[in-house]
Design a protein around this ligand. Sequence first.
Ligand code: FES
Length: 105
Amino acid sequence: MSTMLTVCSSQDLAAGAMRLTRWKDQEILIANCDGVFHAMEDRCSHDDGPLHEGRLDSAACTVECPRHGSIFDLGSGRPLCLPAYKPVATFPVRLESGVIKIEVD
Ligand code: FES
């Protein structure tokens, strides 16, 4: 059974911004791509780079790992270039009455 985890008000995450939340032993980044919110595990599949410290391209809806430069699609979690080749987990996001919530296991 899944859980809806409350992250923050949508007004607290501006377009082009990212923030972290935690669920159990996982850190999850939440990104605002020009008004569309995405949630993805904050751990690069190449060598555990902290993706929230990378560069967010909100128009392309991608984040670049700060360690070795793999770019991840925030919608699918798939890497778009090497050295990472495995996807990162993503989480469904819902906006309920202006509050960002993510669905976690
Ligand atoms: S740790 Fe992310 S590309 Fe190497």
